[in-house]
Design a protein. Sequence first.
Length: 216
Amino acid sequence: HALPALAQAPQTEDWSFARLITQQTKAYAHYWRMPVTRRGLLLALAFAATASGLLTYLGAWLNAAFGMTAPQIGLVFLVTGLASTITAFSGGWWSDRFGKRRLIVISSGLLVAVLPGLAHVTTMVQLYLACAAGGVFLALREGPFQALLTELVPAQQRGAYLALRNFTSQITIAASAAACGFLYEHFGFRAICYFAAGFSLLAMFVAARITDPAEA
C-alpha cells in the first residue's frame, strides 16, 4: 500500500500550505482504510481513554473518599509511577520473548480485571496495591505497543503514521477527560473505573486481531 504522496512531496516553490494539508489529509485517510493501521489507531484511542480519566480524577477521589492531603496523594502517584517505571524497563524484554501483541492482550485483560475493583478499596494497603497493579499493567503494554506500531507500516511511512497516532491520542485524552468529568460528577469515581475497564477490553479485542510481524 503506497502512501499518498505525503512522503514524496516535491520540493518546489508552488508547494503551498493548503496543498500540503490536502496531501496530509489524504495520507491519513489512507491509514483508516487499511485494517491493520486502523487497528493500530484504535489501540491508541483505547490506551489514551483508559488512562486519561483515571489520572485526571484519581486525586480528587482520594481526597473525597479517604480525606488525603496533597502530599499523601502525591505519594500514591509516586508509588504508581515507580511501579510503572520498573515494569516499563522490563516490558520490552518480555515482549521480545513472548510477542508484542500477546503482551498487549494479556496486560489489557489484567487491567479489565483490576480497574473495576479500584473504586471499591477500603484500606490503604488495598489502595496502594490496586494503584501499583494498575501502573504495572499500564506500563507493561506501552513499550510493546510503541514497537508494534512502527512495524505496521514501511519505514518511509512511519513518521506520518506515528503523527496520526499522536493526534488520535491527544484528541482522545481531551474527549475522555471531559466525559469522565461528567461521569465523576453524576456517578462517582466507580463509573470512571468501569469506563477505563471498558476501553481496556476494547484494546484487548483490537490487539488480538492485529498480526504481529514477529509472530508471522
